[in-house]
Design a binder for this molecule. Structure first.
Ligand code: AMP
Length: 284
């Protein structure tokens, strides 16, 4: 497994592969790798000749009051996991490599980055889009793999790719969950034992909403109320938002039409967690 720290070297690596007609799959991460990340790496490996994983804790997507300093950092263990999967290369730039002149020239995501998670995290999606554009420029992937776990992020990135005419295929992969339904996340490490148990309520609420919709409920405010009741039954949980939106462009619905994305952000103690399900038409 090659470790690359410099954009110039990353581009040279990718240029050589592309000139040989080989395909590059790319998995951008912030490290603290878990089964969710590894599922993306496996998918990329199955669909491309070469897989590149980046590890970069992007400062521009954290707000001033957020957890940039505490964010878990486990480089040695991350590299072990990636070489265990026979990842071809890891790209681990530092802040000055990614932002040599600071982040002044940044991508503005507008409305799509200001709703849902963007409402409580101003500037977050601008930071995400900015770093992803810079990573695309360094890695020059054919296909890039993102988790549905951060669903709004995938919609924002797809919009950026369309609008900027970037040569990048975006592939959204399923959410990997713990046995009790909690979506695996690097931030789950912040939860104490009681909070960890309570965190199962996110998935429980989503499943309840999904069940109601599958039984024909079509009033979003009614379904949202029911989901909030489930969250309210857990004393450690404080909902930030519960929404039902179009999976295409995250617009809200007056009447539920399927497919629909049920998404929520909930604080468990001081830890903010997100999750979602996309409700699809029943097969047949
Ligand atoms: P992060 O390191 O949190 O920036 O995540 C890197 C990528 O892994 C993103 O595309 C996430 O959506 C994805 N990811 C994180 N958790 C999961 C999960 N539980 N299942 C699938 N993908 C995930």
């Amino acid at each position: 497994m090659q470790t690359i720290k410099i954009i110039k070297k990353m581009r040279a690596f990718s240029n050589k592969l592309r000139s040989e007609g080989r395909t590059i799959g790319f998995v951008p991460t912030m490290g603290a790798l878990h089964e969710g990340h590894l599922s993306l790496v496996r998918r990329s490996k199955s669909e491309n000749d070469v897989t590149v994983v980046s590890i970069f804790i992007n400062p521009t997507q954290f707000g001033p009051e957020e957890d940039f300093e505490q964010y878990p950092r486990n480089m040695e263990s991350d590299l072990g996991k990636l070489s265990g999967l026979s990842t071809d290369a890891v790209f681990i730039p530092d802040d000055t490599e990614m932002y040599p002149e600071g982040p002044a020239v940044s991508v503005h995501t507008g409305h799509i980055g200001e709703i849902l998670c963007g409402a409580s995290r101003p500037g977050h999606f601008d930071g995400v889009a900015t770093v992803v554009a810079r990573l695309f420029n360094a890695v020059m992937p054919n296909r890039t793999y993102f988790g549905q776990k951060d669903y709004q992020q995938t919609v924002v990135i797809k919009k950026m790719v369309r609008e900027q005419g970037l040569d990048a295929e975006i592939i959204v992969c399923p959410i990997i969950r713990e046995p009790d339904g909690l979506a695996i996340s690097s931030r789950n490490a912040y939860l104490n034992t009681g909070e960890r148990k309570a965190a199962a309520v996110l998935h429980k609420a989503l499943k309840h909403g999904e069940d109601l919709m599958k039984k024909g409920a079509d009033d979003p405010s009614q379904v949202i109320k029911e989901m909030e009741k489930v969250i309210g039954s857990e004393p450690l949980a404080e909902p930030e938002y519960v929404e039902i939106v179009s999976p295409e462009d995250l617009s809200s619905m007056i009447k539920i039409s399927i497919p629909a994305c049920l998404c929520l952000a909930v604080k468990i103690g001081t830890t903010r967690l997100i999750d979602n399900v996309i409700v699809q038409k029943n097969a047949g």
